[in-house]
Design a protein around this ligand. Structure first.
Ligand code: ASP
Length: 372
């Protein structure tokens, strides 16, 4: 059994066992990696990284930190952490139970990046596999490519022994999709422009009605870690935007947008409105700002500033002329310093270091809320 899956996780995550057994990293021969200077080990994640629990009661950041300081490869440790969230039916923004697309089909995106090995892998619009982060990792390990999408990604997963399930909806995600359909009134034909606006309005109305958590309408987990040897890795995994047009891919699986790692500099990842992030490739931008000497907080604030400046369409602006959506970045540098930063206040991010797992407040660029 590969070192990065203990027996309990192995049994719990039957869907992922085949692929992990088929191509353990050790068999494929990890290339020698450059070790950088000693750092303070830490794992950070979006807030859901300290919410879902495995059978031992451990959260994503807690398990990932424990494994990482225990000597497990940093990326393997982070992926074991996000698997907890992917497999949690109650997290409707990631993996199994993630909110489906407009056709009621759950399509998942993920990418991962190994800083020391300077390699990455990703999947997008993948159906039928609860743990897209493990398929992303398999792309990194077994191919010369970075990103596999749709039916090709599923076929790749099947070939590597992942269990393909016919439907990743839970009773809850299906019920919410039916509610969305009902509110949208599919018999009411609108021109495509109005229809998109209407679909967005209905989705946000369901958020305001408390049917969907705000951070699950958009919603994702990004998790990044650095060990004592200065090895930095990251992973992002998501079911994407709720009720998206089938085939829509956001920022999460795109290198430089939903995730970027440079082992000498740091890591950045995102959650929130992927379309806004894609225009600025903000995870790459943040790592470049770190390279220029900015702190994790200032680097991420710069990304939020760029997004604010690039947001000029009326449909994306609130009454104050500011972005009417949320977006968050999670950043750590090569010294183990970190920050969570968002467009608006109120959010937190998950951290685990020698002080244990906890939530810390995110810094915000703007005041107020996206709505007003
Ligand atoms: N960023 C993800 C996407 O746009 C969703 C999210 O994080 O809310 O697909």
């Amino acid at each position: 059994m590969p070192e990065h899956l203990d027996r309990r996780d192995f049994l719990a995550a039957g869907a992922i066992a085949g692929a992990s057994l088929a191509f353990p990293a050790t068999v494929l021969g990890a290339p020698s990696v450059r070790r950088s200077c000693a750092a303070r080990p830490v794992v950070i994640a979006s807030a859901n990284g300290n919410a879902s629990r495995n059978a031992d009661g451990k959260s994503c950041v807690q398990l990932a930190y424990e494994r990482m300081v225990g000597g497990t490869d940093v990326l393997d440790a982070l992926i074991a952490g996000v698997n907890i969230v992917e497999l949690d039916p109650a997290d409707s923004s990631v993996g199994y139970g993630g909110l489906p697309n407009a056709d009621g089909v759950v399509q998942l995106d993920s990418c991962c990046m190994h800083g020391p090995r300077k390699r990455a892998g990703g999947v997008a619009a993948l159906e039928g596999v609860r743990t897209p982060s493990l398929v992303a990792r398999a792309v990194l390990e077994n191919t010369d490519h970075h990103l596999l999408v749709g039916a090709g990604a599923q076929q790749f997963a099947r070939q590597l022994g992942f269990t393909i399930e016919p439907d990743l909806n839970t009773a809850q995600s299906r019920a919410l999709w039916l509610e969305w359909k009902r509110r949208l009134d599919p018999g009411h034909w609108l021109d495509p422009k109005q229809r998109t606006a209407e679909a967005q309005r209905v989705g946000l109305e369901m958020v305001r009605a408390g049917l969907i958590q705000r951070d699950h309408y958009y919603g994702t987990i990004n998790c990044d870690g650095i060990n004592a040897g200065g090895e930095i890795c990251g992973v992002t995994t998501t079911s994407g935007l709720a009720w998206k047009i089938p085939g829509r891919v956001g920022d999460s699986p795109i290198l430089g947008a939903g995730l970027y790692v440079d082992n000498d500099i740091g890591a950045a990842g995102s959650t929130g409105r992927g379309e806004a992030n894609l225009y600025g490739l903000c995870s790459f931008l943040i790592v470049e700002c770190l390279r220029q000497g900015m702190s994790p907080r200032d680097a991420a604030l710069e990304a939020c500033r760029r997004i604010r400046k690039a947001t000029i369409e009326k449909r994306l602006l609130n009454a104050r002329g500011l972005p009417n959506f949320g977006i968050h970045f999670y950043v750590l540098n090569a010294r183990g310093e970190h920050a969570g930063v968002g467009m608006y206040p109120g959010a937190s991010y998950a951290v685990c270091d020698e002080r244990g797992p906890r939530l810390e407040p995110c810094t915000a660029l703007l005041e107020g809320t996206p709505e007003d």
